[in-house]
Design a protein around this ligand. Structure first.
Ligand code: ATP
Length: 374
């Protein structure tokens, strides 16, 4: 039903069937919850500290599912009321663990580390804050492009094959790899030379696994928005930019860069807070609203809660969107306890983890919890 353009085939029917069956199961679970005793839970990594602190600030009890040996971080900060240790995050699919979490009235908050388990999400019946189907859309580059283009956003041009490359381009691989092993190229010969090198080292296997995209030279800006189904509004919570391994390249003199075989990668190491020129904010808000409208058409009921638009502004301050995430991103960690934008809106400490918990709290108060969990 929800995936556009493929309404009539059997696969889509099965997909719809699975989704509605899933929704029924999740509704049954949440209807059995004691909503005065809801516990906010998440996997111990990515933005869990943000999520757990936010839940505590809004008065919830918290639970963190940690891989054995990694509990120390969550114990040290003292913001997890309970820690459940597992050998692998996949264990949350285990019916016994799910039962235990359901007994405790746990609502899970998904983040980037959930992406690896999305293919098995139909086995996870613990209620999630957010729209599971859109999380699947964001892990598929083709679907992301469809979503962003349907929203009327300007994207970097995509080259279908290396022979089409006519400008500086970035070569990416499928799946969220945090920019590991991506490379820049400007023509087909250079592409094949670098591609061969990476195949030999086992980084890529098949040319079908790569996406070649126009490289926009400019300022990277990552907008973290929150769509509130309760207030029906889009809020700007934080803006950040990433600190990637390639940023260290500028410290190596040009002649040494040229004479040595330095391998640069876009691996993300950290994030910086950003404040945008005010005159550019309108572009971001228009894009965010449009993305929310489109999300309702592609995956009912559309976006719920956090989402991130990854953009580059070029020399004419034109905004290009090259990626969307349909959940909290780690860049929001720079906005604890607030960012200039969350403060402007809320006049108090507000950050993504807390904003999520606040939405759950208000939804419970208004008897609308079923509108925010999927
Ligand atoms: P993640 O899922 O963590 O965002 P990813 O593997 O999907 O990572 P991208 O975010 O698409 O990777 O790209 C990694 C980095 O490469 C970006 O942070 C940005 O610096 C740069 N980048 C990607 N696409 C472009 C582009 N079209 N123009 C300029 N820079 C780009």
């Amino acid at each position: 039903m929800h995936a556009l353009g493929v309404r009539s085939n059997d696969k889509t029917f099965m997909h719809f069937f699975t989704l509605s069956a899933m929704r029924e199961k999740i509704l049954k679970v949440i209807r059995g919850y004691d909503l005065e005793e809801v516990v906010i839970g998440t996997l111990g990594s990515h933005s869990a500290l943000n999520i757990l602190r936010g839940a505590k600030d809004e008065g919830f009890k918290t639970l963190c599912i940690c891989r054995k040996g990694e509990e120390i971080v969550y114990e040290c900060f003292g913001i997890a009321d309970e820690i459940v240790s597992v050998s692998d995050f996949l264990e949350i699919l285990n019916p016994r663990i799910q039962e235990k979490l359901i007994e405790k009235n746990v609502i899970l908050i998904p983040h980037g580390s959930f992406n690896a388990y999305l293919k098995d999400l139909d086995r996870l019946i613990i209620p999630f804050f957010g729209n599971r189907e859109l999380m699947i859309w964001e892990t598929d580059r083709e679907k992301q492009r469809m979503w962003l283009e349907m929203s009327g956003l300007k994207m970097p041009k995509k080259f279908e094959k290396p022979e089409e490359i006519d400008r500086i381009s970035i070569v990416k691989y499928h799946g969220a790899m945090g920019g590991r092993g991506y490379f820049l190229t400007s023509d087909k010969n250079d592409f094949y030379k670098k591609f061969k090198y990476l195949v030999e080292r086992g980084v890529i296997r098949d040319i079908r696994d790569v996406e070649i995209q126009e490289y926009i030279v400019g300022a990277n800006v990552y907008f973290s928005f929150f769509y509130s189904p309760i207030f029906d509004r889009v809020e700007l919570i934080t803006i950040d930019r990433r600190y990637e391994v390639i940023d260290g390249l500028g410290r190596v003199p040009a002649e040494i860069q040229l004479s040595s075989d330095i391998e640069v990668t876009y691996t993300v190491i950290a994030n910086f807070p950003v404040v945008l020129r005010e005159s550019l904010l309108s572009k971001a808000f228009k894009a965010a609203r449009s993305v929310v409208d489109t999300s309702r058409r592609i995956a009912h009921p559309g976006l719920i809660g956090p989402f991130c638009l990854e953009t580059v502004f070029d020399d004419k301050a034109e905004m290009y969107v090259f990626e969307i995430s349909a959940r909290i991103v780690a860049g929001t960690n720079v906005g604890i306890p607030n960012s200039p934008y969350s403060y402007l809106m809320w006049g108090e400490n507000m950050y993504m983890g807390r904003r999520i918990a606040k939405e759950i709290k208000i939804a419970i108060e208004k008897g609308r919890i079923e509108d925010v969990i999927y």
